[in-house]
Design a protein around this ligand. Structure first.
Ligand code: MN
Length: 301
């Protein structure tokens, strides 16, 4: 793995808890963004291409506003096992400081990733917990390691004036870790007390729930009390979260928790004790469109 020579030459693996590398590539290309409190706070974007993670240090972090272009310095490739690394790189070692996994998921491109990076423009889609939709990395003319990270226009766009994902979601997606930083303290969201909601009364967690189903109509309803929502092409599913356990139930009441594994684990990260979540499990293609046959293929394997 000659592509990891630079990574290994900068580190002393008897001194740092970072991985040496050795994981083999799997089918879905992964991405990770690590928040790294080194001499300066920055965000390391890493995209799996083949057996390594191509890496860029983004000093100001990613932004969901397409008008905001963030400088991204390409750095040495990292090993695949680096994607789950969180911890403290000891003082005196390369990149000394705290690292958390700020976002992770999979990424796709319709281009040949190697060639696109060689040519200095890669358009890709992220499916992470915080970042999703279309993005672009564009090389600057002055230096082959100088790039811009730009959000593409799609439904995942949020104007920076309204929402800064770095401020709203500062923590690790793997643990409750937060990199120490001089950020404004966030207001804690207190869960609503059931007895304070008008008409609410305490009850045991129901074992079943019949979801409301859509019906056909010739015309949309009149009046201002209606919302439109996208029709996702997947399977309607109810997630029952109770005391650290998750059950995924079809609209007809069948238990599909095992069939959907490991999706059940994702619901545990929501941090609620009890909840019933009514939604649609779907697979998106590279355009972000849900495709039922892709979901069926994913379930059959
Ligand atoms: Mn870094």
């Amino acid at each position: 793995m000659a592509r990891l020579d630079a990574y290994r030459s900068k580190r002393r693996f008897d001194k740092t808890p970072e991985p040496q590398g050795g994981l083999a590539a799997t089918d879905d290309a992964i991405f990770v963004i690590q928040k790294h409190r080194a001499s300066h706070l920055h965000y390391d974007l890493r995209l799996q291409v083949g057996d390594t993670l191509r890496s860029w240090a983004v000093p100001e972090g990613p932004c969901l506003d397409p008008k905001v272009r963030r400088f991204a310095k390409q750095v040495e490739d990292h090993p695949l096992d680096y994607a789950s690394f969180e911890g403290r790189i000891p003082a005196g070692q390369y990149g000394a400081g705290e690292v958390i996994v700020w976002d992770q998921g999979t990424w796709v491109t319709t281009a040949d990733a190697e060639a696109a990076l060689e040519n200095g423009e890669l358009k890709f889609r992220l499916a992470g917990e915080k970042l999703s939709g279309g993005w672009m990395l564009k090389r600057l003319p002055d230096d082959p390691t100088n790039w811009l990270l730009i959000k593409e226009r799609d439904i995942a766009v949020r104007p920076l004036a309204e929402y800064d994902v770095l401020v709203e979601r500062p923590d690790s997606v793997l643990s409750s870790k937060r990199v120490a930083e001089a950020a404004k303290p966030r207001k804690a969201v207190k869960p609503a007390k059931a007895e304070k909601i008008a008409g609410a009364r305490k009850a045991d967690m129901p074992a079943k729930w019949k979801p409301q189903l859509a019906g056909q109509a010739d015309l949309p309803p009149k009046g201002g009390e209606w919302l439109h929502e996208i029709k996702f092409d997947g399977y309607r599913t109810l997630a029952f979260i109770n005391a650290g356990k998750v059950r995924l139930i079809t609209r007809n009441g069948l238990e599909w928790t095992k069939r959907y594994a490991p999706l059940d684990k994702a619901f545990l990260k929501l941090g609620c004790e009890t909840a019933i979540i009514d939604g649609e499990i779907a697979v998106q293609d590279v355009r972000g469109v849900t495709v039922l046959s892709d979901l069926e293929a994913a379930l059959s394997t």
